[in-house]
Design a protein around this ligand. Structure first.
Ligand SMILES: CC(C)(COP(=O)(O)OP(=O)(O)OC[C@H]1O[C@@H](n2cnc3c(N)ncnc32)[C@H](O)[C@@H]1OP(=O)(O)O)[C@@H](O)C(=O)NCCC(=O)NCCS
Length: 196
């Protein structure tokens, strides 16, 4: 079962205290109940190229995949004493806010080959390390599964994602010309050899 071999807790909490505002989030396995939140980020991030909800649902539930979400851990900053009624309201607000999905990512693997299927972070939370943390978790999962070669495709006009992938060891192995339509943008194919 994922999470049992490496000793890394499956729902590891990740905090980035050196950014402003501080992003405090945790990463956990996605379930079917995350579909709406994931699709909202998917559509906002990929527009016309977004997957259909049914495709995403199948991916989240697939035995070959692992999808993860980064969810916000809210703090309301309240320092004083509260009445019982105020506490109840605050807890309700915390409960709603603290589980907001900030991003998601998905891995698919069969045997020794795997693919980073997707990764996206809500626009207002980008640049705070969430994408890097999601990708790191997928790399750990790929290792757990015995993946030796990990592949992905990225739009040639996406320097942010390309820089992120290169920084964790992906290298360009080819180009699929005009792969993304109707925008007419090339896909860069990248590969990472998983070290054992
Ligand atoms: C790609 C994406 C997931 C990165 O998520 P993120 O949370 O913003 O990324 P991080 O804050 O973890 O930054 C990771 C790296 O990305 C790069 N990066 C992030 N923001 C950047 C920016 N504004 N300009 C250039 N590079 C940037 C840097 O290499 C950064 O590394 P660092 O740790 O040295 O800063 C996010 O930008 C996104 O959702 N984009 C839209 C969807 C998308 O394009 N997905 C990829 C499909 S292949």
């Amino acid at each position: 079962m994922p999470g049992q071999e490496s000793g890394v807790p499956e729902d590891a909490m990740t905090q980035h205290a050196d950014q402003s505002p501080p992003a405090t989030f945790r990463i956990r396995t996605a379930t079917a109940s995350d579909l709406d939140a994931i699709m909202a980020i998917e559509r906002a991030s990929f527009g016309a190229s977004a997957w259909e909800a049914e495709t995403m649902r199948a991916e989240i539930g697939s035995e070959w995949g692992r999808y993860i979400v980064a969810e916000e851990i809210a703090t309301d900053g309240f320092a004083g004493e509260r009445t019982a009624a105020e506490s109840a309201v605050a807890e309700g607000a915390d409960a709603a806010d603290s589980h907001r999905a900030l991003g998601y990512a998905g891995l698919r693997s069969v045997g020794v080959e795997g693919d980073v299927q997707t990764i996206a972070v809500v626009e207002e939370a980008r640049g705070r390390g969430i994408g890097r943390a999601l990708l790191a978790e997928l790399l750990i999962e790929a290792e757990r599964r015995g993946v030796r070669e990990l592949f992905l495709e990225v739009r040639a006009d996406n320097p942010v994602a390309r820089a992120l992938y290169e920084s964790v060891g992906f290298g360009e192995i080819g180009v699929r010309p005009r792969y993304y339509q109707p925008e007419d943008v090339d896909a860069v194919v990248m590969k990472k050899e998983m070290l054992r």
